[in-house]
Ligand binder design. Structure first.
Ligand SMILES: Nc1ncnc2c1ncn2[C@@H]1O[C@H](COP(=O)(O)OP(=O)(O)OP(=O)(O)O)[C@@H](O)[C@H]1O
Length: 229
């Protein structure tokens, strides 16, 4: 089975260093948790190609991906600030993920994904004409439309409030299918709801994933401190 593998992975930014040796399986649901400033976003940005590796290798299904430009990596990434373009319609925002010139977009496919996330009929609106929850759905739809095997989520729903956030995570679970989903979160409840496995980022290391139930039942010292236990 395909997996995302980080081997001898090291990133250094000024006096900050993050290391990782780990593998995440296709179809996995993985939470990334740890103290503020520990390197969770750096880890995702390096996987996505926005931060270069200083050492090590990154492979997907056995193929090196660390030298590929971000757009050619087998993944989509969704950030907290959603970055929908305000002057474009929702459908156009989704289309941009497929073709930056919007010339060769399968608009039927765009509408299909909007249906899947509960935005049927709203493709003609601009982002400002959607609620916060609907904007999150649109951003998720854009990531899903790319249909890449890895979906990276950097606290995309943190601004939504607990009920809506839980609903969005359920929607990700429902729509992501066989993709590997990696979710950065500050909220243990997200990890428990969404992720069978959890990666702890602390003390300069992104640890190998552990079963979420186990890591919270018996937290290592860095996690216990973070959780206030
Ligand atoms: N461009 C940069 N140049 C130098 N240092 C950076 C840069 N970006 C982040 N850092 C540092 O790298 C470390 C990790 O930051 P990162 O944003 O990955 O942490 P995080 O775990 O996502 O934090 P938070 O939970 O607060 O979002 C921090 O010490 C931060 O100050």
């Amino acid at each position: 089975m395909a997996e995302l593998r980080l081997e001898g992975f090291r990133i250094t930014q000024d006096d900050f260093t993050l290391r990782a040796d780990l593998a995440l399986p296709a179809g996995g649901r993985v939470a990334v948790i740890g103290p503020s400033g520990a390197g969770k976003s750096t880890l995702l940005n390096a996987i996505a190609g926005f931060v270069p590796l200083n050492a090590g290798a990154m492979t997907w299904a056995g193929q090196r991906i660390d030298a590929l430009p971000p757009g050619e990596r087998p993944l989509s990434i969704l950030f907290q600030d959603q970055n929908l373009f305000p002057h474009l319609t929702v459908a156009q925002n989704l289309g941009l993920g497929l073709d930056p010139g919007l010339r060769h977009v399968d608009w039927g496919g765009v509408n299909g994904v909007l249906d899947r996330v509960g935005l049927a009929g709203l493709g003609g609106r601009r982002p400002a004409q959607l609620s916060g929850g609907q904007q999150s759905r649109a951003a998720l739809a854009r990531a899903l439309l790319r249909a890449r095997p890895i979906l990276l989520l950097d606290e995309p729903f943190a601004a939504l409030g607990p009920a809506l956030k839980a609903e969005m995570l359920a929607l990700v679970e429902e729509t992501a299918g066989e993709a590997l989903v990696v979710l950065v979160t500050h909220d243990p409840a997200d990890a428990r709801q969404f992720a069978k496995q959890t990666v702890l980022v602390a003390d300069g290391v992104a640890a190998a994933p552990q079963p979420t139930a186990e890591i919270f039942a018996n937290p290592p010292p860095a996690l216990a401190a973070y959780l206030g236990q």
